[in-house]
Write a new protein. Structure first.
Length: 212
């Protein structure tokens, strides 16, 4: 029974991070990087994967150290742990994927100050076990990455007529160039939030009607 309860709680963490408590669509966190790196699907995938690695591993290590970290320096320790993983990823990209690293610019390094990473480590990992903390960090980062991927598919696909650099559009296709600009990123995100919120509202209304 204890194992089943634990499994249910872990599945609940995944559902919360990806859907019910999505960091971008619900909490409106990480908007800066979400809009800045979504012009191309390739850079979006790398950014999303980087945040997933940093958030999940940082939450895991902070949870393992939670009983040894003095309360007054906990934020410094969290930033140090997060920084180590971000530096490793940044150096790896510069060494083996330089073009993507240059396209991402400073945004990989800015993962250190991303409120999603610090929020999960401070709000969850410091108070829960390592497995649950790892899943919570992974789920929230995956929810972030999923939103970024949806935005980039629209921006690159309709704004540039390509996907992952491959031209998919017919010869007479006219790209919506506004989608490639910063205002286009805001419009795309706003439409996505509107769709998700509308779907959630309709779902809750139908459930309420069924109960009545």
């Amino acid at each position: 029974m204890a194992g089943m309860a634990n499994e249910d709680s872990l599945s609940g963490l995944m559902k919360s991070g990806v859907g019910d408590n999505n960091p971008v669509l619900v909490q409106i966190l990480g908007i800066c990087s979400a809009l800045a790196v979504t012009g191309l699907v390739s850079t979006t995938l790398v950014m999303g994967l980087s945040l997933m690695l940093v958030t999940s591993l940082s939450c895991l290590f902070i949870s393992l150290l939670r009983n040894t970290i003095p309360h007054r320096v906990r934020l410094m320790v969290q930033m140090l742990v997060i920084s180590v993983f971000v530096i490793f990823i940044h150096l790896y990209l510069k060494a083996f994927h330089y073009e993507i690293s240059r396209a991402l610019g400073a945004y990989v390094g800015l993962i250190i100050t991303n409120c999603i990473v610090l929020g999960r480590s401070e709000g969850y990992a410091l108070h829960h076990g390592p497995i649950a903390s790892f899943i919570d960090g992974l789920a929230n980062a995956f929810g972030y990455a999923l939103v970024l991927l949806c935005i980039s598919l629209v921006r690159e696909g309709l704004g540039g007529g390509t996907l992952l650099g491959w031209k998919w559009s017919p010869e007479n296709f006219r790209p919506a160039l506004m989608l490639k600009s910063a205002p286009g990123a805001f419009v795309t995100l706003g439409c996505l939030v509107w769709i998700v919120k509308g779907w959630a509202l309709r779902k809750s209304s139908s459930q309420g009607a069924t109960k009545v």
